[in-house]
Design a protein around this ligand. Structure first.
Ligand SMILES: Cc1cc2nc3c(=O)[nH]c(=O)nc-3n(C[C@H](O)[C@H](O)[C@H](O)COP(=O)(O)OP(=O)(O)OC[C@H]3O[C@@H](n4cnc5c(N)ncnc54)[C@H](O)[C@@H]3O)c2cc1C
Ligand code: FES
Length: 276
């Protein structure tokens, strides 16, 4: 659980995205694309889920890429090589289904771009043709373009302000691609509003769409019920049944509401410990 390496992936305005390489041979030995870990920065801290973005089985190292969002990710961002996490549990969740689908479109928005990297590499290795759409607010907020370029057959960049790639949203490009050609799968990770809109586009073209849900998690072992989501009218626990789900069945409104449940408490903690 020792941090071996720390790299700032991006730091622009209020956005800070960091990569931590952590020595954890047991997790590295078993991790598969799409799985995640739960970590605690300190004994009294909360547990947060982060995706396993890369694993080096030989060296026993796992890599996490996270955006500082609130108290815990900010505390994590203050750790340095040589520091140890209080706890690290994983790999958790079902791995993403990796097989030959045919033509696959991967969509990543914001820090979700980091989460599609292991999926892109694994699906490419399984013989799929990979088209990747990356979305960010502006050029300087875009991450991992080079890495995703080498894992994709073609790549499209969309920025909200048009400062790089094409001006517009990932959904605009998805619409163009689906109208032009036949695809076998869409896989999307990013902010909930983005995934929700991606699903409504792919539904129009009836292309199977998987989404990796970022439901709030507490124990991540299926016991607390915090990560409850409704998929095709059935209650699922995102930590043990997911995090990947068929996007056509997700109750997005419920997910959006549930993810705001602790907003007041999180702000309170940040105000209590502004410098921690
Ligand atoms: C399976 C899974 C994988 C994830 N992988 C990554 C990743 O690779 N990189 C990354 O930057 N983020 C990832 N996240 C989101 C990350 O867990 C949250 O950003 C983090 O928990 C925020 O904690 P905080 O105290 O810093 O911020 P808070 O102030 O608690 O919250 C900031 C935002 O994060 C959301 N959030 C808070 N707690 C959780 C939680 N336990 N689970 C999910 N969302 C939460 C809140 O709804 C809010 O929108 C993942 C979430 C899930 C469920
Ligand atoms: S996080 Fe508790 S059941 Fe999933």
């Amino acid at each position: 659980m020792k941090i071996i390496n720390k790299k700032t992936i991006n730091q622009v305005g209020g956005v800070k995205i960091t990569q931590l390489d952590i020595f954890s041979p047991d997790i590295a030995a078993k991790a598969l694309p799409g799985q995640f870990i739960m970590l605690m920065v300190s004994e009294n801290g909360e547990r947060i889920p982060l995706t396993l973005v890369n694993t080096d089985k030989e060296k026993g190292i796992v890599s996490l890429i996270f955006q500082e969002a609130g108290f815990t990710t900010k505390s994590l961002g203050k750790l340095n090589p040589g520091d140890c996490l209080y706890s690290l549990v994983g790999p958790l969740g079902h791995p993403t289904e990796i097989k030959k689908f045919g033509k696959v479109i991967l969509v990543g928005g914001g820090v979700g771009i980091a989460e599609i990297l292991p999926i892109a590499r694994a699906l490419k290795q399984a013989g799929n043709q990979i088209t990747t759409i990356l979305g960010s607010r502006s050029k300087d907020l875009l991450i991992l373009e080079t890495e995703l370029k080498s894992a994709s057959d073609e790549i499209y960049i969309m920025t909200d302000d048009g400062s790089y790639g094409k001006k517009g949203f990932t959904t605009d490009m998805l619409k163009v691609l689906l109208a032009k050609d036949k695809y076998d799968l869409v896989y999307a990770v990013g902010p909930i509003p983005m995934m929700k809109r991606i699903v409504s586009v792919s539904k129009e073209f009836n292309v199977k769409t998987l989404v990796s849900l970022n439901a709030l998690m507490v124990d991540a072992t299926g016991m607390c019920g915090c990560c409850r989501v409704t998929v095709f009218d059935k209650v699922k626990f995102s930590c043990v049944d997911g995090p990947d789900f068929d996007g056509f069945g997700v109750d997005w409104e419920e997910l959006e509401k549930r993810n705001k449940v602790y907003t007041v408490q999180e702000k309170h903690i940040c105000n209590l410990f502004p410098k921690s």
